[in-house]
Each structure stands twice: as structure tokens, then as C-alpha cells.
Design a protein. Sequence first.
Length: 259
Amino acid sequence: MRFLFVLLLSFQAGVAAARGDKSGLQSSTLTRANTPDAVTKIAFLGPKSGWGFVQTTSPYYSQQGKRLGTLPGGTPFKYTDVKNSSKNAMLVSSVKRDTAWEGPYLLDCTDIVAYEGDPASQDPQTLQNLAAYFTIKGKIAEREAALAQKALEANPYFESARQTQQAYQNSIVKAAEMEKQMLSLTGARKAKADDALRTFKYEQVRIKAKADQSAAAYKTWKEAHPSDAAKRPADPQLSELEQALRTAKAKVEDLVPQP
């Protein structure tokens, strides 16, 4: 089985690429323009078709780019093309739920592990072992995220910071919609819409100030109460999942990304 792994790599400005020692092992390429507000983009170096598994809970999109939901780690997929997007490369894929294949959908190339060829030509037991490994890996990521969220919520300013930041983000969307509508009008209606937009932007300043104040309070408390992962009690659920992952990995050692 020839395979290619899509890896998340650290980077500096410019282009970074890495290749593994195993035959067929490839990674993604990260590119970043040398400007302060540049967006990091990850390109997929694999072939235009193949198959694989979602590694951790991952969003999936329609072919028009609309977010449709999330897929759990361990979800099998087959892809038939690779497309560029405003962020990362996206795989045009069908995903398997229970016994049925659904799609086509778009999957972000950073959230998956992909293999060359056709899954139908692979040993069924190997496919089952890989699915078990990535399913457990996904559950570990979910549990770690839940524990991290719990730690965040210990901050008494967490909820107010979250709510005020969401309110500010909503105001950005609303302002953009108002401006778009205003530009589509003419005459007195346009002047009235322009006045409404100007008034809302004054309100938006207040919304942002409140969000900044809440964020500052959250940050101050967090800095005064640094978390120490080494002092946290062991999580039985996470320990159990990690043991299950070690057992599952022993069956697919040569077919999964190595740390």
C-alpha cells in the first residue's frame, strides 16, 4: 500500500516542505506571503485521487463552500480531485456513513490522512484496523478539547469575553450587510440607509470597546492564574483512550503518521 500523509508543519516566511523517509510518504507545502497580514495556505502534494480517513473532528463543505457540519475522526473518505480555496487545498470527496457513501463534499487537506489507490482493493482487516485507530485518535482529540474548554471556563471572565466577542463579530456581519444594501439603493432611500449605517457604526464602536474590556479582564485573570498541566489530576477517560490507541496503533504501525 503506497501512502501519503498530510502533516501540519511549523513554518517561517516563504515556503517550507518536508518529506519522510518511507516510500510514498509526502507532506503538504505551507506558503506564506512575506507581509504582516498574510494568510497561511497549505497545499496538497498528493495525487488527484485516493482515499483515507478524517483524523479528528473536522468540518465538511458543499462544493460551493458552504459549511454543512462536522465529521468525526475515523470517517472514511474517497477523493477524486483537489481544489484550491481561499485557505487550504480541499479534497473533493465522498464520505462513508454506516454502509453508504455520501457526497461529493469538500474536506480540508489538513484534517485528513490520505492513501493512494482504491480502498476496495485493500485488505478489509487492514481497513478496519485503520478505521479503529483514527476513530480512537479522534475521540482523544475531542476529550482533550473538552478538558481544555473546562480549564478556560474556570476563568470567571470567560463567558462575558465570549459573549461580547461574538456580539462584535455579529456587528461586523450586520454592518457589511447594511453597506451592501445601501449601495444597491438610490436617491432618498440610499441617503436614509447611509444614515442608518453611520449610526450603527457609532454603536459598533461601543460594542467593540465592551468586547475589548472583557477580553482584557479575561487575559488579566488568566495571567494571574497560570495553569499547570503537570498538576492537573489524571483524566481516567483520556487515559483509557490513550491505552486503546496504543493497542490499535500496534496493528497499523507502518501505515499511520509517526510523531
